[in-house]
Every structure is written in C-alpha cells, then in structure tokens.
Design a protein around this ligand. Structure first.
Ligand code: NDP
Ligand code: MG
Length: 405
C-alpha cells in the first residue's frame, strides 16, 4: 500500500516551519522563481544557503537581499564576482567547486533542499541530500534519469522525502495522493505543450535556428530545458522521471500533446475516470506546493479563467518528427545504463546545438547513435553512473570533433 505522501511513503516525516532551505541552482530560472515564493512567505522559510554556477553577480544580489549563511559557486571567476557584489559588513561562508554543492545539500543547518541545478551536475548534490535525509524539492529531473534507483535507495535508508517540482509530476503527485493501493491506478498521462515546432514534419526541422528553438510558446525556462522541450526529449526524460518517482512501468506512463499547457497532467484510475490538475503555466505554483507541503501557499501568478482560455485541445505526439520521446522510452525499457547514455548524449548534443556546432536534427541522431553503440553495464553505484556519463560524453566529443582539445 502506498499513501503518496511522498514517492517514498515510509519516509513521510517533513520538516517543521520555518524550513531552513538550501537552493542549489539559485541563479537559474527555477531558483529565481523559488526565491520569489520564499520572499512572499518570510515567516515560513529561512534561506540558509544559496548556490549558483558561474553567475556570481546575480548570486551576490540574491545574497545581499536574503543574507544566507552559506553561498557556493562553480569556479574562482564566479567567486570573485560574488565577493565583489556583497555589501560591506556581510560575509557568508563561500564554497567553490562541484563539491561545494554536495556539502551544502548535506548541511546540518539545512532541512530542505531545492535541487534545481541543470543537467547531470545535479546528480551528486541530489544524492547527498537524499543520503542526509533532507526534504528534497526536486526540479533536476536528470538526477533521477541517471540514478533514480540509487537515489530511491538512499531515500529509503535515510528517511529523505522527494517532492516533485516538475509541473507534470507535481500534478500527478496530487492526483495520486490518498490512493489506498497501486492497483487503483490505470495509467499516468503526462501533458506536453509540443514545443515551438509542434505540427512540423522532420524535413522542415533540419534548418531551425537556436533562437526559434529557444522560443517556447508557454513556459519561460533555462536554455537546456527549452531545447529539450523543442525536441520532446524533455517529455522523454519526464516519462523516466515518472517511472522512478511512482514506481510504475513505462507502459503505464502515457503522453498527450496539449498546446495550451493548462492541464499539467492526469491520473487515470481503474474505474476509467481521470483527475486532471489545471492552472496557468507558472513554475512558482509547483515550487510553492513542494516548499510548503502540505500547506498551500499564496503565490502571485495570473489566475486561470477557463472562459477566457475557451478551448483546450489534445493530440498524439508525433514520434516521427520528434524521435527523442521514443528514444527515451526505449532507453528506460532497455535497463538502467541506457538512460545514463541517453542523458549524456543529449546534454552534449544540446550544448553543441546551442553553440552552433550541430544542427537541430543532429540532436536525436547523436543520441540514437550513442544508444546503438551502448552495451549494458552495471550502474548500481554512483561512481559507475558518473564513469559511464563521462565516457559517453568523451566518446561523442572525440567522434564529432576529433581535432578539439
Ligand atoms: P537554468 O539554466 O535557468 O539554471 C540552471 C542553474 O544551474 C543555474 O543556477 C546555473 O548557474 C546552475 N548550474 C549550471 N551548471 C552547473 C554546474 N555544473 N554546477 C552547479 N550549478 C550549475 O535551468 P532551469 O532553472 O530552467 O532548470 C533547472 C532544472 O530544473 C533542470 O534540471 C530542468 O530540467 C528542471 N526544470 C526546469 C523547469 C523550468 O521551468 N525552468 C521546469 C521543470 C523542471 P549559473 O547560471 O550561475 O551558471
Ligand atoms: Mg515538466
């Protein structure tokens, strides 16, 4: 029996308010939205730690406002920017480098971790928070794609709870709450906006530009997830994320394209009825749901007026024009090492597309080739996951850019 108080229900102990929060990825789209949510409810949250990557200037502004005890950045250049931007008389403890994020995730003074670093770089900090028994508000879906089995085991062992920030999974979580048993679920239905190229065929996608691909119709997000939305890889990663969060086979996780992004996802029960979660597309809502759970917090977002929206439409995803969704489903089915390869190849390809070194249609081709080459390996430890992640990235870079250093 599952209660869905969390994806790991036996560990449903949640920290009291005020919660002491570490925001990893504070300078990103999710991080900035989370700071807005917490600023609206200062009595409920103490911002204990803020971590950025390379944007030391923005992190300094955030630190000046919120005065966390700890701050972290990726490198010395960002540290210099951070230090230059801090006001006189305030000096947080500053940590630098990838280990800084795992340290912050496990601090004794922190009970709640918002995991919103982008990409595989979020895996180790998320795992550190899981091992340390924190309440994890999880935006970084890639960490479950890489090692959902490892993170899940760590949560079981420590009592950590994961609440999903990803809007679809947050919607599903609400639809699953209160069920007596898994047997009552028929399937989960993830909605997808279809991205900026919905309705186009494969041939017409070859020449699309970076600017076109970044122009998401409904959501304002970081660059990597915006490209993932344009290829439908985002939905593929989300299918895998849902399987790990809710312990269901990939055959029970469906996708429907819903261009208005008003329905965030649906749960279908064995009686054939479906429960949908609706709202305007704004990430402050699922972020607030996780940070405040089980309380509902007020957020300053536009209200949904169905009469103004007028019409909600739905269609099947086009797997021929957007092969990444199918690649992700197949990768999850093929075993735990295939999703690591899928994710690594995707991150290299998306970065290359954003840098102008690869065309849009080369993204799925690069991922498919990497998966075709892959033979399953053991990824039961974090070290094995990270070794495979590195090996795939190196192999693709060597194959595509043999002259690069
Ligand atoms: P952004 O690109 O806007 O922000 C990424 C954050 O991660 C920034 O703070 C960045 O720092 C930091 N960062 C980047 N690389 C590293 C690194 N190697 N080590 C440490 N920190 C790093 O991304 P989003 O906020 O859009 O997305 C974050 C995560 O949330 C992703 O996993 C995404 O899939 C997920 N998500 C996002 C949604 C959205 O609406 N944006 C919706 C659902 C899920 P800096 O900028 O200072 O370099
Ligand atoms: Mg999502």
């Amino acid at each position: 029996m599952k209660t869905y108080i969390s994806p790991w229900p036996q560990a449903a102990k949640l920290p009291d308010f005020p919660r002491s929060v570490a925001v990893l990825g504070a300078t990103g789209s999710i991080g900035v939205n989370a700071l807005k949510v917490m600023a609206r409810h200062p009595e409920l949250f103490t911002v204990m730690a803020l971590a950025g990557g390379r944007n030391g200037t923005l992190l300094a502004e955030q630190c000046a406002r919120l005065r966390p005890r700890y701050a972290a950045v990726l490198d010395d250049a960002a540290r210099r920017e951070l230090e230059a931007g801090l006001p006189a008389g305030y000096s947080p403890q500053i940590l630098v480098g990838p280990d800084a994020f795992t340290t912050l995730a496990a601090l004794d003074e922190v009970d709640t971790v918002l995991s919103s670093i982008v990409g595989a770089a979020g895996f180790e900090p998320t795992l550190a928070a899981a091992r340390a028994g924190k309440l994890i508000c999880l935006a970084n879906k890639e960490s479950l794609v890489l090692g959902g089995h490892i993170i899940r085991a760590a949560c079981h062992a420590s009592g950590a709870v994961i609440l999903p920030v990803d809007s679809e999974h947050n919607a599903l979580f609400q639809g699953l709450m209160g069920l007596e048993s898994d047997d009552e679920i028929a399937r989960l239905i993830l909605t997808a906006s279809g991205g900026p190229f919905r309705g186009r065929d494969a041939a017409s996608l070859a020449g699309v530009t970076r600017k076109q691909a970044l122009a998401h119709p409904n959501w304002s997000m970081g660059a990597k997830i915006s490209i993932d939305s344009a290829t439908l890889m985002n939905k593929g990663l989300e299918v895998i994320e849902a399987c790990h969060l809710y312990g269901l086979p990939v055959g029970m996780v469906h996708v429907v394209v819903h261009p208005q992004s008003i329905i965030h996802s649906l749960v279908e029960y064995v009686d054939g009825s479906q429960l949908a979660h609706l709202g305007m597309p704004d990430m402050q809502v699922p972020i607030a749901h996780c940070l405040g759970f089980p309380r509902r917090l007020g957020v300053d977002v536009p209200r949904l007026d169905l009469a103004r929206v007028g019409c909600l439409t739905f269609e099947e995803p086009d797997l021929a024009a957007f092969p990444c969704l199918g690649l992700a489903r197949d990768a999850y089915d093929a075993g735990p090492s295939h999703p690591v390869v899928l994710n690594a190849a995707n991150e290299v390809a998306v970065a290359a597309f954003l840098d102008g070194r690869m065309g849009f249609a080369d993204i799925p081709a690069t991922i498919e080739a990497a998966l075709d080459r892959h033979r399953p390996v053991d990824v039961s430890t974090p070290e094995a996951v990270l070794d495979l992640d590195r090996a795939v990235r190196d192999e693709i870079r060597r194959a595509l850019w043999p002259d690069a250093d």
